[in-house]
Design a protein around this ligand. Structure first.
Ligand code: CTP
Length: 393
């Protein structure tokens, strides 16, 4: 997805520097060109050799290691499409906020004309320091994206706010800046993802193999296209958009119903269990002497159908999914009529090379007028793009 994009990562001297090795690998897996510059202090935590090997590029540290005509800091700033400073120590971010350029990293940041993403990490006392906070405000006001540190157990032994935010978050925001289009700007889109979990007793449940990857890819793509996204999911994810974590079909229905009146589009990619246990034991059920047990299940509400019945007119736009192991098109055609949605995305779950838990999918998009659009096997990120393209055509 990031082929041809030039990402410049600036590492400063904090313990979280070791995490950036993995961040470089994440960007490299997406085929981005990664260059790394670091402060002298950063090299106390990670080695130049490691960073060079992971980024497959020379690593810049000193400002005067010139072997070309162009001053080093200017060439780094010119080449990159985006700059990420992570971890950013209180020292470095304060210097950047005040225009101080006393090393390669701060000089590049000063000369940089495109987007800079800053992910601070430090002791919570330093983070709370009013001068540091004043500098954070300055950086924000100047258009830098600040990914605030998270709270938790810090390497220095303290508990509090100061831990580097997740690498997923840095990756998602970077991708958003690099790939952002404003195609869906102003649209509020709700997506459901993952298999619902229906409890039987306090330790047992029934569910299904849905990984949630398809729905999450759609949510990511909608976000990159500028939409205001809410993801209602049974899967634990950290995203830069609104995520509502749910468990059962009933929880999911409540979360979706809450947003119904204010959303432009609902995409039901979740694998919702059709039935739930009639009685959920609030304790761990004991084994009995019988060789068989019977658990009674009752029907869950059909969320998708309910949404379609509830709307008057064409808003919100409603998209269903359809997972079939046989007679895909026949069942999908019946299902779009039965549910009453505008589009139905059908996929064949009997195939091992696509679908449940796989990173790839192949789908047929049906519309309410009976038209079919075949989308050939591709990564779920690409399929997500095609789905959004089709429904917003
Ligand atoms: N769906 C829903 N609520 C349910 C069951 C399904 O909202 N209780 C939605 C799914 O999110 C999906 C669509 O309905 O968008 C179709 O789901 P699928 O499991 O393929 O169909 P079902 O209606 O459950 O029918 P069947 O299991 O018999 O194929």
């Amino acid at each position: 997805m990031l082929k041809g994009k030039n990402i410049l990562i600036g590492i400063t001297g904090g313990i979280a520097a070791y995490k950036i090795c993995e961040l470089i690998r994440i960007f490299k897996r997406q085929e981005a060109n990664v260059r790394v510059i670091c402060t002298e202090n950063a090299l106390n935590f990670v080695t130049k050799l490691t960073l060079q090997n992971l980024s497959q590029n020379d690593v810049g540290v000193g400002e005067f290691e010139l072997d070309e005509f162009k001053p080093e800091h200017i060439s780094y700033a010119d080449e990159a499409d985006i700059m990420i400073i992570a971890p950013a120590t209180a020292n470095t971010l304060s210097k950047i906020a005040n225009g101080i350029c006393d090393n390669l990293l701060t000089s590049v940041a000063c000369a940089f004309r495109k987007q800079i993403i800053i992910a601070p990490a430090m002791n919570s006392g330093m983070w709370d320091n009013p001068f540091v906070q004043e500098n954070i405000r300055k950086l924000k006001n100047a258009g830098n994206e600040i990914l605030e540190p998270e709270s938790g157990f810090l390497a220095c032994g303290y508990e509090g706010k100061g831990r580097l935010c997740s690498l997923d978050k840095i990756f998602d925001i970077t991708k958003q800046y690099l790939l952002l289009s404003r195609k869906l700007y102003g649209k509020k889109i709700l997506i459901t993802a993952g298999g619902t979990i229906e409890e039987i007793d306090s330790v047992r449940y029934i569910s299904n193999y849905s990984s949630g990857k398809m729905g999450i890819s759609i949510a990511d793509e909608a976000y990159y296209q500028g939409a205001d996204v809410t993801l209602v999911t049974t899967v634990d994810v950290q995203k830069p958009y609104n995520v509502v974590k749910v468990k059962s079909a009933i929880d999911m229905k409540n979360a979706v119903d809450k947003e119904f009146g204010t959303t432009d589009c609902i995409i039901m990619a979740a694998a919702v269990a059709d039935y739930r246990a009639k009685n959920i034991a609030g304790y761990k059920m004991k084994k009995t002497d019988d060789d068989e047990i019977t658990v009674s299940f009752i029907k869950n509400p059909d969320i998708l159908k309910g949404l379609c019945e509830r709307r008057s007119g064409e808003t919100p736009l409603i998209v269903g999914f359809c997972a079939e192991s046989e007679d895909l098109i026949k069942n999908a055609k019946e299902k779009i009529v039965k549910k009453g949605c505008d589009f139905l995305v059908a996929n064949d779950i009997s195939r091992k090379d696509i679908g449940f838990s796989n990173d790839y999918n192949e789908v047929i998009i049906l519309d309410k007028n009976g038209r079919e659009f075949h989308v050939k096997r591709a990564s779920k990120a690409v399929i997500a793009k095609k789905i959004l393209e089709k429904i917003y055509e």
